[in-house]
Design a protein around this ligand. Structure first.
Ligand SMILES: *[C@@H]1O[C@H](CO)[C@@H](O)[C@H](O)[C@H]1NC(C)=O
Ligand SMILES: *[C@@H]1O[C@H](CO)[C@@H](O)[C@H](O)[C@H]1NC(C)=O
Ligand SMILES: *[C@@H]1O[C@H](CO)[C@@H](O)[C@H](O)[C@H]1NC(C)=O
Ligand SMILES: *[C@@H]1O[C@H](CO)[C@@H](O)[C@H](O)[C@H]1NC(C)=O
Ligand SMILES: *[C@@H]1O[C@H](CO)[C@@H](O)[C@H](O)[C@H]1NC(C)=O
Ligand SMILES: *[C@@H]1O[C@H](CO)[C@@H](O)[C@H](O)[C@H]1NC(C)=O
Length: 488
């Protein structure tokens, strides 16, 4: 059981090291948190009680002059980038707390065409504690990294086709983001993450003032199912209390998102059982021994969920039909260049290899860092919501566009988890379940509720755009346009 702890970590994983079994290598930070319910270091659970926060006085946030900094952040070229890049890329740090010396790293890519009329969209990856450069370089950004870990190729389905995309490494301690007061890392939690991200945004908009009044959306996946609504909520509250900076937020889209502990846990084990990964007996025992509504776990529950995990064997839980990355050493780095439609299962090593390169870090204006996919300096998560459904309700009431999307072959935060979470809201149905089409094929299914859209992406894993880039872009374009994808 030595690796029992590791198995728990990170909705983003450190996968398949050295051919160990799945249970040994799949790391899942979220599951560490859920099991921590049983330990002494258990995070403070809360429900982000909406009404309490709304009545608090606004205290102005830190804002520093940002003149001239955007130009310094401009990226001349990324090492290994293909020829003919015509769009602007920027990256660098925004200080969010000068006393602590805390700064967050961002990467910003403008749309190659008509960027001045396209919206500004923030993308966040989850964890908690994983980097949004995953999204930038392995999912929806303008480039993907070839298997050599050194050169880049164009992503024809980049979300920058339709938006100006901002990627934020959050909170401090993740990726290139840091604090000079290292005890800050031990204070990480949902609330601090949202607060810092808000200060980041306000200052970033000072640095790029042409985006101040632009339509703004927040997107993300996995544990960003917490980050995204919580940041949106923080923005809405502060917009209402201050004339300091009003952020023109219009909506959010969250993919394979951890929304509600109880619904998502049940949805996961139901998916495992209905997708032939677990026996009926184990599934029944999970329900018998685990009380998902409880804020604490039990030894019996841990025992049976370990068994459920072991039964699955060494597959990629984030895409149950994908090949796994056997070992990084088995990768043939001289093999043919990467393909947008064939996602390399060793992507995490490739990404770490690229972003850990000192020339790449220099080009990105990042300070020299041993860059990791998920933070290893953030070892505790002090506070988190057990559910973000109250915020979802608040956003619906405030007229925000709300899309919940799901890659349907992810077994980590599967479609069942999304459906159970949404079902608890009992929203009236406006468009009944139907397929949506792209190029004459079913791209997925959707169901429109009053105030919220549930939409699947067929054949996509946890990181939806990695596996189905074209469908993901079609979905994202529809989201920005506020229209449902084609029914034929
Ligand atoms: C779990 O914790 C939340 C947040 O503190 C609380 O609202 C909820 O009632 C708790 N659930 C149970 C079953 O104790
Ligand atoms: C952190 O400390 C370094 C070294 O003193 C300094 O250069 C840097 O500006 C500090 N970072 C922040 C955000 O204050
Ligand atoms: C803004 O404040 C008004 C008055 O207090 C309130 O009615 C409204 O719901 C608030 N809106 C948001 C988005 O918080
Ligand atoms: C669960 O408990 C049983 C009985 O105590 C034990 O034999 C088994 O090894 C445990 N399984 C796991 C995965 O810990
Ligand atoms: C690696 O790929 C290249 C090009 O496809 C091939 O020529 C070479 O034999 C492969 N090497 C190994 C060890 O598989
Ligand atoms: C990143 O580079 C540093 C120094 O070059 C090295 O110590 C570290 O092991 C590397 N990390 C990874 C994940 O390769």
């Amino acid at each position: 059981m030595k690796n029992r702890m590791i198995k728990l970590i990170a909705i983003f994983f450190i996968s398949s090291l050295f051919g160990l079994s799945n249970a040994d290598i799949q790391a899942n930070k979220l599951f560490e948190l859920l099991k921590a319910k049983r330990s002494r270091n258990s995070p403070v659970l809360n429900k982000w009680t909406v009404s309490d926060e709304a009545t608090e006085e606004y205290s102005p946030v830190y804002i520093a002059p940002q003149d001239g900094l955007a130009q310094l952040d401009k990226i001349l070229a990324l090492p290994g980038q293909p020829a003919g890049v015509s769009f602007n890329q920027y990256s660098g740090y925004v200080t969010v707390n000068p006393n602590a010396g805390r700064a967050l790293f961002y990467y910003f890519v403008e749309s190659p065409t008509d960027s001045s009329t396209k919206p500004l969209v923030l993308w966040l990856n989850g964890g908690p504690g994983c980097s949004s450069m995953i999204g930038a370089m392995s999912e929806l950004g303008p480039f993907r990294i070839n298997s050599d870990g050194k050169t880049l190729f164009r992503n024809d389905y980049a979300w920058t086709n339709v938006a100006n995309m901002l990627f934020l490494e959050s909170p401090a301690g993740v990726g290139f983001s840091y604090s000079n007061t290292t005890s800050d890392y031990d204070n990480s939690g949902d609330k601090n993450t949202a607060d810092d991200a808000y200060v980041f945004l306000v200052n970033w908009l000072e640095r790029f003032p042409q985006y101040k009044t632009r339509d703004f959306y927040i997107t993300g996946e996995s544990y960003a199912g917490h980050y995204v609504p919580q940041l949106a909520y923080t923005i809405l509250l502060n917009n209402n209390k201050t004339s300091q900076t009003v952020i023109n937020i219009k909506g959010i889209a969250i993919g394979n998102a951890w929304i509600d502990d109880e619904a998502c846990s049940k949805g996961m084990y139901d998916y495992w059982s209905t997708h032939a990964l677990n026996s009926d007996a184990t599934h029944d025992a999970v329900y018998k021994y685990c009380d998902f509504a409880s804020n604490s776990s039990s030894a019996m529950c841990d025992n049976i969920t370990d068994k459920a995990w072991d039964e699955m064997g060494n597959i990629d839980v984030y895409n149950i039909y994908a090949p796994i990355c056997l070992t990084p050493k088995q990768r043939n780095t001289s093999a043919s260049p990467g393909s947008i439609n064939k996602f390399d299962p060793c992507w995490q090593y490739i990404l770490e290899f690229y972003l850990n390169d000192s020339m790449v870090q220099k080009a990105l204006h990042a300070k020299p860092t041993s860059w990791d996919l998920c933070s290893d300096v953030i070892t505790t998560w002090n506070e988190r919501a057990v559910t973000i459904l109250p915020i979802i309700k608040y956003m619906i009431e405030n007229g925000q566009r709300l899309w919940v999307f799901s890659g349907d072959v992810d077994a980590r935060v599967p479609i069942t988890s999304s459906r159970y979470s949404i079902n608890t809201l009992n929203l009236p149905i406006e468009t009944a379940w139907r397929p949506w089409y792209l190029n004459k094929e079913v791209g997925g299914y959707l169901e429109a509720y009053k105030g919220l859209l549930l939409i699947t992406v067929r054949g996509a894993g946890h990181t939806v755009p990695s596996y189905q880039p074209q469908r993901a872009l079609a979905l994202f374009s529809s989201f920005l346009g506020g229209i449902l994808p084609s029914s034929s």
